[in-house]
Design a protein around this ligand. Structure first.
Ligand SMILES: [Zn+2]
Length: 312
């Protein structure tokens, strides 16, 4: 047993009761108010071991939340990976073959490759494309403060800033740099489109109860913001915003950081952050702030996100 494993406060649940949806796609449930209004998608389990979204989606379904106006769709994405959870290897059930959150381009969706994740993304493609506003609920391997992640469109910044939490924003001017996530599929990835809001929320460490609690709160607040529910009234904090400069994808098995990191560490311009094979990774600016440093480097997966703080 690995002594470095985090405590598992939230265990996966049997989701078989949620398999039968009502739009012809497993694990997708839609509720149309019959009153004009936006179509909001709340999506869970883009990554199979990120249980907070599952808790929030179950909460919406179990408590019988119905939209006051518009349409609410609730989905569980990579249930196949979720069902492989092994508490002795709690990080392995993130995905089976492909990262479900990097394959939302036409190249991948219309391509010839096959995997559990590609099949699921193809099945869910219309579900994502039909939504006006998307909340994709995630969590982090390390125990760091919750944060938003979104393409740098004003529509996204406005919505994230209006919500009660989290207060930290990771803004992506050039997209993710390592693939196309759910929130950048189709018109949601385009600056000059009439698309609505599409946000990832990272609610905290995968297996903590507080992470699941926040996911429920954020989902309800998101629905309240768009008028599908009565708003939970709470003031939005002043955001702390960071801009994604570069996504480093691990190239060598010996990738290592120069000191232990969990995220939000800062490095001065030129300071050595990590070494990947022969390649040194230096901070490209002062106050370079790390997001989502990998716990265990895997060649071909993200090693770290380099960001800089944005002045407001
Ligand atoms: Zn995730």
């Amino acid at each position: 047993m690995n002594q470095n494993l985090p405590a598992i406060e939230v265990m996966p649940r049997d989701l078989s009761a949620y398999r039968q949806g009502n739009v012809g796609v497993d694990f997708v449930h839609r509720f149309d108010s019959g009153v004009p209004g936006p179509h909001v998608l709340v999506n869970a389990l883009t990554h199979g071991n990120e249980f907070c979204g599952m808790v929030a989606a179950c909460h919406l379904l179990d408590t019988g939340v119905r939209p006051l106006r518009g349409t609410l769709t609730v989905s569980f994405a990579n249930v196949a990976a979720y069902e492989t959870f092994d508490p002795t290897k709690p990080f392995d059930s993130r995905q089976i073959t492909h990262n479900f959150n990097r394959i939302w381009s036409e190249e991948w969706l219309d391509g010839t490759q096959d995997s559990v994740e590609l099949r699921r993304a193809r099945a869910m493609r219309a579900v994502v494309a039909q939504a006006d506003h998307i909340l994709d609920i995630h969590s982090t391997s390390q125990d760091v403060v919750p944060f938003w992640v979104y393409p740098a469109f004003a529509r996204n910044a406005r919505a994230a800033s209006a919500l009660a939490s989290p207060a930290v924003h990771l803004v992506m001017p050039q997209g993710l740099g390592s693939g196309t996530p759910v929130i950048q599929h189709g018109r949601h990835g385009q600056a000059d489109s009439n698309a609505g809001v599409a946000l990832v929320v990272e609610c905290g460490q995968h297996f903590k109860q507080s992470t699941a609690d926040l996911a429920i709160h954020v989902a309800l607040d998101f629905l309240g913001h768009f008028g599908l529910m009565d708003r939970i009234v709470s003031a939005a904090p002043a955001p702390r915003r960071f801009e994604l400069l570069r996504t480093h994808v691990v190239a060598h098995a010996d990738f290592r950081f120069t000191r232990p990191v969990i995220g939000f560490e800062t490095f001065a311009k030129g300071e050595l952050i990590a070494v990947d094979g022969e390649q040194p990774i230096h901070a490209p600016c002062d106050d370079c702030t790390l997001f989502m440093p990998t716990r265990e480097p895997v060649v071909g997966r993200e090693g770290v996100y380099l960001t800089r703080p944005l002045a407001d």
